[in-house]
Design a protein around this ligand. Structure first.
Ligand code: C2E
Ligand code: MG
Ligand code: MG
Length: 627
């Protein structure tokens, strides 16, 4: 039964499919109208010709009647084109356009069929062919997509009416063969319209499915980012006075949840969060961005409560893993704002609190905006900075604890920008790492250091090695050992004058690549130093795995040096441990003579910090005649 109903088109069609048919019909109507306009103009011309050449076989009434019909048909075709074009170009009220379009389309079809019938009938009476009827029938039913039940009823009624008319026609008798042909013709017209309808329907449904997939996130069933960007931009534009807020959400600790419970359970979690988002923000635009990230555009008023409700859901419904929903927000200020940039702002606000356990909501404000712009600036201008010499190297002295004489320098990058002025590494390293551009900076720093070693050593003949910082990503993005070879050869730098500093987090995250590269560096006879020891988590194991020449103890241990009684024993035991393992020690961040004295007393070999000198450009040392 359902199949039969489907076959007859007695079923609810989705809005999308309905629209598909409306558009197809409007399009066909335009073609049909053009044909009709040409035809009717031709008929009008021939009518005039007949009138002026004085064919008196026709009465005035005949001329008048035909003129009126031609004009009505012509006018209807013009109206039909206008309505169709407006609808297809999405102008005016769409609902009204569709209603008027349908009314005119039916009227238009009615006239077409009437013409077909009347002309064919008079031909038939004259004993001639009935081609016009057939043509108009196919014209109306074959080109326009009626539901099959409508086509069957519509054509059935017309055929029956025409049949009765012909049957009763006084002059000609209808033969049996004509009757059969007539019936077969009706069936064929019905079949044709059915075939066209079902083919269109299949196309519409396929399109709908494709469209659905293109805007839907497969995993969670809510919308995807493609949809979000389009609709959010439209929404902001549509009501400029409404205050919207854009939210970017990130489930912190989701990776751990996935590892603990498995991938499938992770997916279940994402689906449940998506479900809760669609409940909390039912009248808003929301989507899954990627992985465990979601975006929402909602009215600012009342948003805070909804966010809290959602955060509560995430925290309370998964008690075995400590999950938190971190939310970054941004309030768009301009209705024409680029939605991708707005999303970036909310995402940035969210990323800022990723590692802060107590904070789970962050608004994009002026301070963040400045940071964000600087970050974009850094990423977009690193090539220019390298090329135009904005990258500079400052040197901070490292001294021997025993006599406080300089044993080496640490090279620290600075970006002397024409717009922003002097930038510290804290303002550009993270952005360059995030966008995997850090090697451009570090290669340049290495080159400047080699150049400086070459120049000042040549002139002053002083033996002052320099340690250079490398990021974990450098080992992925360039061949560090090879670069060192090239630059050291070019600037004739001896292997004793360059040390490599890498942080312990570099070793933890990128073991394979870093391990290979560092052993190459060590094989060359270049010293390898472990920077910021103790700032991360996994320090001790690392010491076993890699062989470092110097352990740089992080300056965090010197914080609260006086007030915290545990600071001293901790540093002391690290120094002892390093000694036992055959490593030399350096403590960073020495700021007072008291710290220096203590560190010397426990046998720490080298010291570095503002107490002995801040980082300065090479020229400052040359002026002071240190070098
Ligand atoms: P780091 O390698 O641990 O360098 C020491 C940082 O501590 C430097 O900051 C230095 O100015 C600062 N510092 C030194 N003594 C003291 C002190 O007594 N008190 C205080 N409060 N701070 C002191 P800077 O120059 O801002 O560099 C920050 C970080 O940026 C560096 O930490 C290093 O990890 C990174 N970095 C610097 N230059 C480069 C570079 O060329 N490449 C890469 N990849 N990273 C770099
Ligand atoms: Mg360092
Ligand atoms: Mg350090």
């Amino acid at each position: 039964m359902k199949k039969l109903f489907h076959w007859l088109g007695i079923e609810r069609r989705t809005e999308y499919v309905d629209e598909y048919f409306t558009i197809a019909n409007f399009r066909s109507s335009i073609y049909m109208s053009i044909v009709i306009i040409v035809l009717e103009l031709w008929m009008l011309v021939s009518l005039c010709y007949r009138w002026f050449t004085g064919d008196d076989s026709r009465t005035i009434m005949w001329y008048f009647e035909h003129l009126v019909w031609y004009l009505v048909f012509l006018f209807t075709a013009i109206v039909m084109i206008r309505i169709s074009v407006r609808y297809l170009k999405k102008r005016g009220n769409r609902r009204l356009g569709k209603l008027w379009g349908t009314i005119v389309m039916i009227f238009f079809s009615g006239i077409a069929v009437y013409f077909g019938i009347s002309i064919s009938y008079s031909d038939y009476i004259k004993g001639e062919q009935i081609l016009c009827f057939a043509m108009m029938m196919i014209f109306v039913v074959g080109l326009l997509n009626w539901r099959p039940i409508v086509s069957i009823g519509f054509t059935g009624a017309i055929f029956l009416f025409f049949y009765i008319m012909m049957y009763r026609a006084p002059e000609v008798e209808m033969s049996y063969a004509t009757e059969v042909n007539f019936f077969t013709f009706w069936i064929s017209v019905v079949m044709l319209s059915l075939a066209v309808y079902h083919q269109r329907l299949a196309e519409a449904e396929k399109d709908e499915r494709l469209e659905f997939l293109s805007v839907t996130d497969e995993l969670t069933g809510i919308h995807n980012m493609h949809y979000f960007r389009e609709t959010a931009a439209e929404a902001i534009k549509a009501i400029p006075d409404k205050e919207y807020i854009l939210l970017f959400m990130d489930i912190s600790n989701f990776k751990a949840y996935n590892e603990k419970h498995g991938f499938d359970e992770g997916n279940v979690l994402l689906r449940s969060v998506a479900g809760e988002i669609s409940e909390c923000f039912s009248n808003s635009i929301y989507a899954r961005v990627s992985d465990d990230h979601f975006a929402v555009l909602t009215e600012n008023a009342g948003a805070k409560e909804k966010i809290e409700k959602l955060q509560k859901y995430v925290a309370e419904n998964h008690p075995n893993t400590r999950l938190k929903l971190k939310v970054g927000s941004y309030i768009p200020t301009d209705p024409n704002e680029d939605i991708a940039v707005a999303c970036d702002h909310a995402r940035y606000a969210c990323s800022m609190i990723k590692k802060i356990y107590e904070k789970d909501y962050n608004e994009y404000d002026k301070k963040l905006d400045d940071e964000f712009r600087l970050k974009q600036y850094v990423v977009n201008h690193i090539d220019e900075a390298v090329e135009k010499g904005y990258i500079e190297v400052y040197y901070q002295p490292v001294v021997y604890a025993k006599d406080k004489s300089i044993c080496n320098f640490e090279a620290l990058a600075r970006w002397n920008d024409p717009v922003y002025g002097l930038l510290n590494p804290g303002q550009f390293i993270a952005a360059l790492e995030e966008y995997r551009l850090i090697h451009k900076l570090d290669r340049k720093v290495l080159e400047i250091v080699c150049r400086d070693i070459n120049s000042h050593m040549g002139v002053m003949n002083k033996d002052v090695p320099v340690s250079v910082n490398f990021s974990r990503l450098d080992f992925e993005l360039m061949d560090v050992a090879d670069e060192m070879d090239i630059l050291m050869t070019r600037y004739k730098v001896n292997k004793e004058y360059l040390y490599v500093e890498i942080t312990e987090s570099a070793l933890a995250d990128g073991e394979g690549v870093v391990r290979a590269a560092t052993s190459l560096i060590k094989d060359k006879g270049i010293q390898l130093w472990l920077d910021d020891f103790g700032a991360g988590y996994s320090s001790l194991n690392m010491l076993k795995e890699f062989s470092f020449d110097v352990l740089k103890i992080d300056m965090a241990f010197l914080r609260n040096f006086n007030s915290n009684a545990k600071s001293k024993p901790i540093i002391n035991s690290i120094v002892q441990m390093a000694e036992l393992m055959g490593m030399r020690t350096l403590v960073e961040g020495v700021e007072t003579s008291e710290q220096a004295q203590y560190l010397t007393s426990i046998g720490c070999e080298k010291l570095q910090g503002y107490f002995f000198g801040k980082p300065k450009p090479l020229s400052a040392y040359v002026q002071e005649e240190v070098l």
